[in-house]
Design a protein around this ligand. Sequence first.
Ligand code: PRP
Ligand code: HPA
Ligand code: MG
Length: 180
Amino acid sequence: MNNDILKVLYSKDEIDTACQRLGKEISQAYAGKVPVVIGVLKGAIFFMTDIARHVDGYMQIDFVDVSSYHGGTSSSGTVELLQDINTDISGRDVLIVEDIVDTGRTLRFLLDLFDKRGANSVKVCTLLDKPAARIVGADSDFIGFSVPNEFLVGYGLDYDEKYRNLPYIGVLKPEIYTNN
Ligand SMILES: O=P(O)(O)OC[C@H]1O[C@H](OP(=O)(O)OP(=O)(O)O)[C@H](O)[C@@H]1O
Ligand code: HPA
Ligand SMILES: [Mg+2]
């Protein structure tokens, strides 16, 4: 699996350091509140579990499963809601946890969905932000790294449902997806 990686962008240690910093920022932002922290499956699974343990304060957690890449390297343009949250977020402070904001379509879909349900506030924490790829406006409040416009894998991010379990984030060799 490591042989398919062109270069490592962020090591496990760099990701851990970013999680610590973001955990502090989120702890301060929600001091005295009990946010509903919503992880976006499947990509954000590892980031969600790491970040939650770096937040010093009460929180509820939930997950939403949405998909638009269908295993490939480009957005299908349509975001499908595969599994909804089961928390009533009306009047609540919501924090969406994403692995990456790329075109912005997934995040825009979730921001609109949670706004419509009457959340008191909806903020976003993303590990990776890829601003050069943005098609739809969708800003994050807490950002781990701003990344170049390359297809990334690892630490939750997949190509063809593989590579999610890499402990680091890397750039996939283009021949892996151009040969398929
Ligand atoms: O900004 P966008 O262009 O919408 O891309 C970002 C979204 O795409 C990926 O999810 P994907 O649809 O691949 O599902 P997955 O998390 O199950 O891999 C990623 O985990 C984000 O949720
Ligand atoms: O760069 C990426 N890698 C994996 N999944 C993704 N989903 C959106 N962007 C990416
Ligand atoms: Mg994916």
